[in-house]
Design a protein around this ligand. Structure first.
Ligand code: SF4
Length: 490
């Protein structure tokens, strides 16, 4: 029996889900390492490496075999220094690799340090950093070593890079020994329960409790435990008491919601869409909205690099660096021009980009984006980084129109399944345009491809990666143009 820190975190989020993953891996659908997840893992490593620089005498333990790591740890403990990845397994199977394990000469005890790439200590269900480090303390103490103090080291959201990184300002180290004591009885109880659960060979399939939660809160295992619920269900439209009422009545399909069931206007439209199985389109509203746009129309999209450790001056932890844009310009007669920019080095990435944008976005005309908070926030940040362009970006933001809004209110199709995401809308409205065959498929991939492009000297490779990035970003604005043509032709 082995219960790792990751297993325990999963148990706290959902015991059934952990059981399925461990006992029936062939049925488990949540184990896929997506590009985004891979990026988060990589970010975590980068942050950990940076923190290790603050412990220069630390010894890094590394081996594929857990048994060897445990032995190496026992050897290293004798030196009473600092260990990275000290590994422990208790008799009943609690398993842990501690980020930083440091002997405290004053207290003559070992201190635990947990490194987080977040900008705060989280205590929500998905990420409970205190329970996480409490599990570590319990594990180590079960192995016969008393823990002195426990700390969480996380990024400082107020840090702004200026010159070389100041580690003492980039990170915040907070002692959480008292907080751990408070949750210790609860964590001990849950550890016992988790170990018991993993001994069970069967689990009552009806024990999954997310039936009463909205669809966004369910995990990938939901359909295993609830095969009676259709893929698009009442939980995609309703929440709280109303959802409860329907679950009690065993109504899961929106089509089965009684006509007299009380719904808000938005909910009623979504239910109606499923019942009639045809689109609900309001051409008058759409024409009125589009009629307010000023030509030429600028269809704009950014690609950004998101890094936990700021890569340039002026950036904070986990902020976004804009390295690419695509811009389609449509004149009133429908003629179209395309402009783009892709930074070829890190240092001057945004200065070249803002210059190019200002050249190509004229003083008149609406700027169309999909999901305005993203582009608008980047514009504000770019204005701060390059104050000489602050007015330009302010003006651009005043001219932004979010094309996505039409698909929230006036152009609804049952196939969108309640979503207004461009990835849902495009394949239905403009099926001939697709991301499927592109080498870059999404924003997360674009980040890693750009990083790869900057890190290689292989000219052939650089040419190919540039081409892949430009093709991807161009498709983003081309998609908006084609969707715009569909809605404006109503
Ligand atoms: S959907 Fe079911 S298995 Fe998944 S988290 Fe919710 S209760 Fe757990």
């Amino acid at each position: 029996m082995k219960l790792t820190k990751t297993d325990f975190k999963k148990y706290l989020i959902c015991p059934e889900c952990l059981w399925l993953e461990k006992k029936k891996p062939e049925e488990f659908q949540g184990g896929e390492i997506t590009d985004f997840l891979q990026k988060l893992i990589q970010d975590g490593y980068e942050v950990e490496e940076k923190v290790q620089e603050m412990f220069p005498s630390g010894v890094f333990l590394n081996d594929k075999e857990d048994g060897i790591l445990i032995k190496k740890t026992q050897e290293e403990l004798k030196n009473k220094g600092t260990i990275f990845q000290a590994t422990f397994k208790s008799k009943r199977g609690l398993f842990l690799k501690a980020d930083i394990f440091k002997f405290n000469d004053e207290s003559q005890k070992w201190d635990l340090y947990e490194v987080k790439s977040s900008s705060e200590i989280k205590t929500d269900l998905q990420h409970n950093h205190i329970k996480d480090i409490c599990f570590q303390k319990i594990t180590v103490e079960e192995c016969g070593i008393e823990i002195g103090n426990s700390y969480i080291i996380h990024l400082n959201r107020d840090y702004i890079r200026k010159g070389s990184i100041d580690l003492t300002k980039l990170f915040v180290s907070k002692e959480v020994s008292d907080e751990i004591e408070k949750v210790l009885p609860e964590v001990s109880y849950h550890i016992d329960k988790a170990l018991e659960l993993l001994k069970q060979d069967n689990l009552n399939p009806s024990s999954c409790s997310c039936l009463y939660k909205s669809a966004g809160q369910r995990c990938d295992c939901f359909s295993y435990f609830n095969p009676q619920v259709p893929e698009y269900s009442t939980a995609h439209i309703l929440r709280g008491k109303k959802l409860e009422e329907l679950v009690e009545a065993k109504i899961f399909d929106p089509k089965d919601i009684p006509e007299d069931f009380e719904l808000t206007e938005t909910q009623r439209v979504k239910v109606q869409l499923q019942k009639i199985g045809r689109s609900i389109i309001n051409p008058i509203n759409i024409q009125t909205t589009l009629g307010k746009l000023k030509y030429p129309l600028y269809f704009l999209d950014y690609e950004t690099l998101l890094k936990p450790i700021p890569v340039l001056d002026g950036y904070s932890p986990n902020s976004q660096l804009v390295f690419q844009y695509s811009l389609h310009i449509m004149q009133k007669d429908g003629s179209l021009e395309h402009f783009e920019y892709l930074a070829s080095d890190l240092e001057n990435s945004t200065s070249g980009l803002v210059e190019s944008l200002e050249e190509n976005i004229g003083k008149v005309g609406s700027v169309l984006v999909w999901y305005e908070p993203f582009e608008k926030t980047r514009n504000i940040e770019l204005g701060k980084l390059h104050p000489e362009y602050a007015e330009f970006f302010k003006d651009v933001n005043n001219r932004v129109y979010d094309l996505m809004k039409i698909f929230k209110k006036d152009y609804l199709m049952p196939e969108f399944r309640g979503s207004a995401s461009i990835k849902k809308v495009l394949p239905i409205l403009v099926p001939e345009l697709s991301y499927k065959n592109l080498n870059v498929q999404d924003g997360t991939m674009a980040m890693s491809v750009w990083e790869e492009m900057l890190s290689t000297n292989d000219e052939e490779k650089i040419t190919q990666l540039r081409k892949d990035l430009l093709t991807y970003c161009e498709l983003d604005t081309k998609a908006m143009v084609e969707i715009f043509k569909v809605v404006s032709s109503l």
